[in-house]
Design a protein around this ligand. Structure first.
Ligand SMILES: Cc1ncc(COP(=O)(O)O)c(C=O)c1O
Length: 454
């Protein structure tokens, strides 16, 4: 009955906000309002399905913990913006070489570096995806004859052609340039295999790749503590082995980031977590200054450095504003993921992670068991989206992916996964990977539609 039985007081009082929600019947005798009065938002009149209502009721403690995380990370971002003395003059666009840029690029790089605890960072619209940023980082660190070691099992699908694990048709994979590749498979519990990792390095292992988030694997995502432990094990075997962390979907899910535990470089996408649903494109690389410079030379050209490249129009403002909003957007997404886990588990589906397990990324995987159910799930999500709700997602081949993949992304920014979206490869165990969402309540509504169609 939320909404129907409440009236708005016409005169603001010192207690105005609270009094906005006073039930109409009590306006005549305010003193009769019980001290322990709490409006009940989730009644039979709620827009949520009963399963979602039950889940939300049971997750109040978890949601409160997410609010705490949001506050801590928001404080960190605020401090960094204040330290770089962010002003509206930093929002101006630039053209051509970008030499006339008004200082926004440097302020953003410095703020970002401070936020992730790195020596240096470059945040650029010219990175057109996470894969692109990760590729620049890997090519910065590796040279012919070196070996790349993936320590958390198989890396994300789109990196297969970058590495040369899947034939890149001579287009210039790391393998084409004489870089060898090896993987340390995951342990049986889906985490890192610590014993194997402790003896995995060879003299030619120049770089270890750690993927923080699960990607399209049915595995646990890694905590920053676990990443730190892995880095210590790697550096104990060879202090000169560099560590690059694929940080996609991990930003702001904890209160620290991998550079604080020794990662030499991290890379990610701005249409995922750190763009805060506003950045229309772009990516970042952060870490030790020497290696950020080397990655800049891969993005542009050796000698051009980090101080060139134009950002036309209004993009700089969206980068700053998106980064400012990002801790909150990540918090909303994490609440959405916890809700999906709780609701889908209550319906008997296997979920990864479990609803009350610690979270290390903004992704929730649900095993749906068949192609048909995976398609039905994605169709329901697309139908419930604000953009292109009238379209039906169909599986197909996508550049960078070996398997057919289906994407439901009725998002304002093409392919944005900081906005509510889900996708999955059409292969066993037919898991859907849900991510993003600017408000958990949207997932609450979408789940109702999903349950109707399964
Ligand atoms: C863990 C991980 N790394 C990298 C990527 C690639 O990012 P992008 O699609 O922006 O290239 C993804 C994509 O979902 C991912 O999940």
């Amino acid at each position: 009955m939320w909404g129907l039985s409440f009236s708005i007081l016409s005169h603001p009082s010192p207690n105005f906000t609270a009094s906005l929600l006073v039930p109409a019947a009590t306006l005549r005798s305010r003193t009769s309002l019980p001290l322990n009065f709490h409006p009940k938002p989730y009644t039979s009149d709620t827009p949520f399905s009963p399963e979602v209502v039950r889940a939300v009721d049971s997750l109040q403690y978890e949601f409160r913990a997410v609010d705490d995380l949001v506050a801590r990370n928001s404080a960190k971002v605020l401090k960094a913006f204040q330290n770089v003395r962010l002003g509206s003059h930093h929002f101006g666009g630039s053209t051509g070489y970008g030499h006339d840029e008004a200082g926004g690029r440097e302020a953003l790089d410095n703020a970002f570096a401070e936020i992730v605890g790195a020596e240096s960072a470059m945040v650029r619209s010219q990175f057109f995806s996470g894969t692109h940023a990760i590729t620049c980082a890997l090519f910065a660190l590796l040279r012919p004859g070196d070996e790349l070691l993936a320590v958390a099992g198989a890396p994300y699908d789109t990196l297969e052609e970058v590495i040369g694990k899947r034939d890149s048709q001579g287009l210039g994979s790391l393998k084409d340039f004489g870089v060898e590749y090896r993987e340390v498979p995951l342990a049986e519990d889906g985490g890192l295999d610590w014993e194997e990792l402790a003896r995995a390095l060879k003299p030619q292992t120049k770089c270890a790749l750690i993927q923080r988030s699960c990607g399209y694997s049915w595995r646990r995502s890694l905590s920053v503590d676990e990443i730190g432990k892995a880095i210590r094990l790697i550096k104990m075997q060879n202090p000169d082995c560099l560590v690059m962390v694929d940080n996609c979907y991990g930003e702001f899910v904890e209160t620290t980031e991998p550079p604080t535990v020794g990662a030499d470089l991290i890379a990610g996408s701005l249409i995922k977590n750190p763009g805060g649903t506003l950045a229309p494109c772009g990516g970042y690389i952060a870490g030790r200054a020497k290696w950020v410079k080397a990655a800049a030379a891969r993005l542009s050209a050796p000698g051009l450095g980090v101080d060139s490249g134009s950002t036309p129009g209004d993009i700089m403002r969206t980068f700053f504003q998106g980064l400012f909003l990002s801790p909150q957007m990540v918090g909303e997404a994490v609440k959405g993921m916890i809700l999906i886990a709780e609701v889908m588990q209550s319906k008997g589906y296997k979920v990864q992670p479990l609803p009350r397990a610690p979270r290390h990324d903004t992704v929730q995987a649900v095993q749906l068991g068949s192609r048909e159910v995976l398609l039905a799930f994605c169709e329901a999500v697309q139908r419930s989206s604000p953009v292109a709700s009238f379209t039906k997602p169909v599986p197909g081949t996508t550049p960078g992916y070996a398997s057919e993949v289906i994407f439901a992304d009725g998002t304002f920014i093409d392919g944005s996964t900081s906005e509510l979206s889900c996708d999955g490869p059409l292969r066993e165990p037919f898991a859907v990977f849900c991510q993003g969402g600017s408000h958990w309540t949207q997932w609450g509504l979408v789940l109702g539609e999903v349950l109707k169609s399964l």
